[in-house]
Unconditional design. Structure first.
Length: 137
């Protein structure tokens, strides 16, 4: 009986050592992936203009994977309806797009109308974003 307890204890000790070495190996193998991820979060420059009574133009440094909506939240006070990729901008710095007047906030990327929502478009280096009130029919 005593011999069986010793064998069980030895087996558990060896198993713990093997798992410890496996953990250290796994952790070390992740290091290049973590470094690559940190490189992807480097900053890039984008320019944003908001057409208000007094237009605002800002050059801002943002991380990769930043959306147009993220940029707007960082640089202005906004109100939106919906969330994430389904969010649309209702108010920027106190200027609300009037549904009665058939207005909406539109954004342009490098001079072209956006083809996706502000929560979906991921900024690219040197993008020029323009926000302005437009009317729908």
């Amino acid at each position: 009986m005593f011999m069986k307890k010793n064998q069980t204890a030895l087996f558990i000790a060896i198993l713990v050592l093997i798992m410890g070495f496996a953990f250290l190996y796994y952790r070390q193998s992740l290091q290049p992936k973590i470094s690559a991820a940190n490189q992807q979060t480097s900053l890039m420059s984008v320019m944003q203009t908001i057409e208000l009574k007094n237009p605002i133009t800002l050059n801002t440094q943002v991380k990769s994977e930043t959306t147009t909506l993220d940029l707007l939240k960082i640089t202005t006070k906004i109100e939106t309806k919906g969330e994430g990729v389904n969010a649309y901008v209702v108010t920027i710095n106190g200027r609300t797009a009037s549904s009665v007047d058939k207005e909406y906030w539109a954004f342009y990327v490098n001079g072209k109308p956006a083809t996706v929502g502000a929560g979906s478009y991921k900024l690219m280096p040197n993008d020029k974003i323009l926000w302005k009130i437009e009317k729908f029919q």
